[in-house]
Design a protein. Structure first.
Ligand code: ADP
Ligand code: MG
Ligand code: ZN
Length: 623
């Protein structure tokens, strides 16, 4: 993969801009205040000057508006040396000088002719503009290397196919879902006829979403390698730079270039740098520059019709939650592909890819390494292989041994534990029982949908493991029993921890929050409490400035009612907790069996999961 139009790094460009600005300023100052930087006569405090006058050491004085220049009598100084001092408003000075018999005169104020005035105002800006233009011209000149200051010109790198270091889908392991999606895009670019002929519309924008280091950028490069069309790549942070208005013109530029070369792919890495929600800027307007850039991007994406110019926009982000909703609307990034952390078998596959680059010893067992690295993303695994190779070299070995990997894992984990989630063995065990607890309670109670997947691979930023339930049909209405079932399921995780470990961890806080919210809504909004009756209560204060008071009418609630609500909510949650505990106690052996299996495979899903969960024994409802 070759890179045409090698860009300078943004930091370098910023520094260059600052340097230029500073030198321009210096130039101006130098022209306007000639005395400032010239090496002048030695400066002396005014008090010393007066002292010297009174002592009779001074021979000649020249009094100017801003400066007094004087010479000393030769016995006190080198002949011809001139001293200067800054005058203070002193009407007594002439009198004093006369008294001491010192020769003095006033210097006339410097007379500027209109020509010098004009020149000093006009020339510096001209020089400044000249330098600017010079760099601009260098930067914009087609195929040549980009100039230091090519402001406004898109910094998109163009990857061209047919080079030796081409990245293909074979270099990316795991992430099958994402690969399938992107293979389709590549197919479309290669043979658009096949799609357009039956009237299929290919998505304009595809957004890759996932935690850092899971291979989003790598996937995009693989698309470039496979597609055989020009591939423009730019990072979101490169849009947002020093000068206002540049980001949006850069977007315009990028798409202009892209349209000329269609069919092609535009890849915007780290989209969140420009695509942050416009409303998330708080009260005081926010970042105009980024907003303009975002608006321009939206305009451009709307601008090309899906049919004619086949420009497909790929983007990647690890913070989808901050993106402006406008970006996710149909016709823009309407397809989102999850690039998640790899599971056990994917990790082994990724290790295999990266291990090709190093010499492996006979005792290396990649599967064992994969087992020991839950939570590692692709980038961490690549790093791990390299770390192990470094250790092998340090130990003067011919090839990398399992031992080196073991040590490398410890190093990488130590580094990762600080910045993200990598679980140790105990934590992994707790999470496994917790998730199985959710799943088993969920299997027995109604209102949850079917449990489709349990996983102890950390997902996203918050959850340690997760239990995925898919509704079997679209549901709009739920009855009381179903809601109680949902609450019990939410408490299933914590209940399992209580039963198995006889202790509670902090991991369930989100579950408890959701369970409590649900119970509160049952009481205050759905009228499902016998004590409080079918009334709508809204507790708590809402921030005034949100201005949605009308949509959320609040009833003043008396203290007694408030207490009653609290106790009803508590009753619902505790009953559900009891129910969850009963189910799990009754099925203790099965809990053990499923958790052991989950610890081994990290993910259980589909048919296998269904058949396991169908063994959960019903318990009499305790009410
Ligand atoms: P992201 O853009 O998602 O933060 P990158 O694509 O930059 O992550 O990944 C960094 C590196 O990690 C890649 O260059 C590659 O070496 C390695 N890597 C990440 N994911 C994978 C994967 N699924 N298969 C193979 N290598 C991977
Ligand atoms: Mg990336
Ligand atoms: Zn949970």
């Amino acid at each position: 993969m070759a890179i045409k139009e090698q860009p300078k790094s943004p930091r370098f460009r910023i520094i260059a801009n600052i340097l230029l600005a500073v030198s321009g300023l210096f130039l101006l100052l130098n022209l306007f205040l000639p005395g400032l930087f010239a090496s002048g006569p030695a400066g002396v405090p005014y008090s010393l000057f007066i002292h010297q006058v009174q002592e009779g050491e001074v021979s000649r004085v020249s009094v100017g508006q801003n400066q007094i220049l004087y010479q000393l009598k030769t016995e006190n100084a080198e002949p011809g040396q001139v001293f200067s001092t800054t005058p203070i408003f002193d009407l007594e000075l002439p009198k004093l000088l006369e008294q001491k018999g010192i020769e003095f005169a006033a210097t006339p104020p410097p007379k500027n002719s209109w020509i010098t005035t004009l020149l000093s105002w006009v020339i510096p800006p001209l020089i400044f503009i000249g330098i600017w233009q010079f760099f601009l011209a260098r930067g914009g000149g087609g195929g040549g290397p980009q100039g230091v200051l090519s402001i406004g010109k898109s910094k998109a790198k163009v990857y061209v196919e047919g080079e030796s270091a081409k990245i293909t889908f074979a270099d990316v392991a795991g992430v099958e879902e994402a690969k399938t999606e992107l293979v389709e895009i590549v197919d479309f670019l290669k043979t658009p006829g096949r799609f357009t002929q039956i009237g299929a519309r290919i998505p304009k924008g595809v957004l890759l979403v996932g935690p850092p280091g899971t291979g989003k950028t790598l996937l995009a490069k693989a698309v470039a390698g496979e597609a055989g069309v020009p591939f423009f790549s730019i990072s979101g942070s490169e849009f947002v730079e020093l000068f206002v208005g540049v980001g949006s013109s850069r977007v315009r530029d990028l798409f202009e270039q892209a349209k000329k070369q269609a069919p092609c792919i535009v890849f915007i890495d780290e989209l969140d740098a420009i695509g942050k929600s416009r409303s998330s800027n708080g009260f005081y307007g926010g970042n105009d520059e980024r907003e303009q850039t975002l608006n321009q991007l939206l305009t451009e994406m709307d601008g090309f019709a899906a049919g004619d110019a086949t420009v497909i926009v790929l983007a990647a982000t690890n913070r989808p939650e901050v993106l402006d909703p406008a970006l996710l609307r149909p016709g823009r990034f309407d397809r989102q592909v999850l690039v998640d952390r790899p599971d056990l078998s994917d990790r082994e596959a990724i290790l295999k890819i990266h291990a090709q680059k190093v010499k492996l010893g006979d005792d290396v067992n990649l599967k064992a390494i994969a087992t020991r690295t839950p939570g590692f993303a692709g980038a961490d695994l690549a790093n791990l292989v390299n770390e192990a190779a470094l250790l092998a070299a340090r130990n003067l070995r011919e090839s990398v041994a399992q031992e080196d990997f073991a040590e490398a894992i410890e190093r990488v984990v130590a580094g990762l534990e600080k910045k993200s989630r990598v679980m140790n063995e105990t934590e992994k065990k707790i999470v496994a029982y917790h998730e199985v607890g959710h799943a088993m309670v969920g299997a027995l109670t109604t209102g949850n949908g079917r449990v489709e997947k349990i996983s102890i691979i950390p997902r996203g930023m918050a959850a340690l493991g997760y239990t995925l339930q898919l509704p079997t049909e679209d549901r709009f209405l739920m009855n009381e029993e179903e809601l109680r079932g949902q609450i019990a399921t939410l408490l299933g995780g914590r209940s399992a921890e209580e039963i198995v470990f006889n202790s509670i961890t902090t991991g369930a806080s989100n579950d408890l929050q959701r369970a409590t919210d649900l119970a509160e809504r049952m009481v205050t909004a759905y009228g499902m409490s016998k004590v409080l009756g079918p009334l709508a209560y809204q507790q708590g204060q809402q921030p005034m400035f949100l201005g949605n008071g009308a949509a959320n009418p609040r009833r003043a609630v008396s203290e007694d009612t408030s207490k009653a609500i609290d106790s009803e909510v508590k009753e619902i949650v505790e009953t559900a907790h009891e129910q969850a505990l009963n189910i799990l106690r009754e099925n203790r052996d099965l809990l053990e069996a499923i958790a052991t299996q989950l610890l081994e495979t990290e993910v259980i899903e589909g048919e296998k999961l269904h058949s396991l969960l169908s063994q959960v024994k019903r318990v009499a409802l305790h009410n």
